[in-house]
Design a protein around this ligand. Structure first.
Ligand SMILES: Nc1ncnc2c1ncn2[C@@H]1O[C@H](COP(=O)(O)O)[C@@H](OP(=O)(O)O)[C@H]1O
Ligand SMILES: [Mg+2]
Ligand SMILES: [Mg+2]
Ligand SMILES: [Mg+2]
Length: 354
């Protein structure tokens, strides 16, 4: 009989003893004691550093970022207050322009991704003012088109990821009000390989995305011409026409167009008005990785290729520049194209076509 007339049931004693053993075990292993200590000291428990990131989440946030950036791009263009500046010169001496559209889109896109994934490496074209951060957040929802395609998490180590953002591709054409060429782009590279690409057209609302080995919302066309129609830069042409005509013949059709994103879309079956079609995209001068990474991932997700003119894969880590020119194709023999180029230009090297 217990004191003061309380009777302890044997079951109650058993449960109490088990709880006691559990508490002692947690204290011993330290997990509870550290949490109790943190609580007593008023500390917030540190969030576990996420060492793995779900690629489905990265695709979802990339789509949202491209769309949010696009809203700014469109709004600024429609306001007609572009606040255009020359920020620098290209190696060839052309003006590199930047507008309020580039800057505001950059801020939205960068902080949306940065706030959702603070530990990831993000490389974006425009500079950010650390004093005016954007308190934008992502609700972590994954669109059904993605979750249906990939029901399971696709985890990769956070350290393996590099994100490339082009907040406004075809700035030159944007300033000329050639709206069809303008895109916003996000790319996710894993160990330097382009894996997720998003290209969004702000003025039509069209978006193309692809994830390598997973799928895409667009397709390659059914047919590509054996005498390829080439698409090239209209504002940073360099020696591309000379190279194109000498390689593919003087009768080759060449389409000058703005934007690296736009030119990749021209190789695909795209249900968007104001989108020309071509068979091969060639660029002979220097170009930055944020201009080409999304298109590279998108093409790869559909079985296409984007390489240097020499056929080398482009690695999306480290320096932001691509030196070896660009050759992009799908549905044709890419190696044969590389061979054709090097037959005509045996001395084609990293510096000869800037
Ligand atoms: N020689 C060069 N040097 C630097 N950037 C270049 C370049 N050629 C093209 N680009 C960039 O690549 C993108 C597509 O160019 P183009 O329309 O001439 O094909 C543009 O991106 P932005 O508009 O994002 O700056 C442009 O600035
Ligand atoms: Mg660009
Ligand atoms: Mg840009
Ligand atoms: Mg630019």
């Amino acid at each position: 009989m217990a004191p003061m007339g309380i009777r302890l049931s044997p079951l109650g004693i058993g449960v109490f003893c088990l709880l006691g053993v559990g508490v002692l075990y947690h204290l011993y292993t330290g997990s509870l004691s550290s949490r109790v200590t943190a609580f007593l000291l008023g500390e917030r428990a540190p969030a576990a550093a996420p060492s793995a990131v779900d690629l489905r989440e990265l695709l979802a946030v990339s789509l949202l970022a491209a769309a949010r950036g696009g809203v700014e791009v469109k709004r600024v263009r429609e306001s007609n207050a572009l606040n255009e500046k020359v920020k620098s010169k290209t190696r060839e001496g052309a003006d590199e322009r930047m507008t309020l559209g580039d800057q505001l889109s950059n801020r939205q896109m960068y902080y949306l991704i940065r706030n959702a994934f603070p530990s990831l490496q993000i490389n974006t074209e425009e500079q950010l003012d650390p004093d005016s951060q954007e308190p934008i957040s992502w609700d972590r929802s994954i669109p059904t088109q993605i979750s249906e395609l990939v029901p399971q998490q696709l985890e990769v180590p956070a350290e393996s990821i590099t994100i490339w953002i082009d907040p406004l591709d075809a700035t030159q054409e944007y300033t000329e009000n050639l709206r069809q060429y303008v895109t916003t782009m996000v790319c996710v590279a894993v160990d330097g390989n382009p894996v997720i690409g998003v290209i969004h057209k702000p003025f039509s609302g069209f978006t193309a995305w692809g994830m390598v080995n997973v799928g895409s919302n667009v397709k390659a066309r059914d047919n590509y011409s054996k005498t390829p129609k080439l698409i090239v830069s209209r504002s940073h042409a360099g020696k591309v026409k000379e190279v194109a005509l000498k390689t593919f013949g003087n009768d080759t059709e060449i389409i000058p167009a703005g934007g690296a994103g736009y030119k990749v879309l021209s190789l695909l079956e795209v249900t968007d008005d104001n989108q020309e079609q071509a068979d091969v995209y060639i660029h002979t001068s220097y170009i930055k990785k944020w201009d080409i990474c999304a298109g590279n991932a998108l093409l790869r997700s559909l079985g296409g290729h984007m390489t240097t003119l020499r056929g080398e894969e482009i690695i999306y880590t480290g320096s932001d520049g691509n030196e070896g020119g660009l050759l992009a194709s799908i549905g044709v023999d890419h190696i044969a194209l590389v061979q054709k180029l090097s037959d005509k230009f045996p001395d084609l090297d990293k510096s000869s076509h800037k």
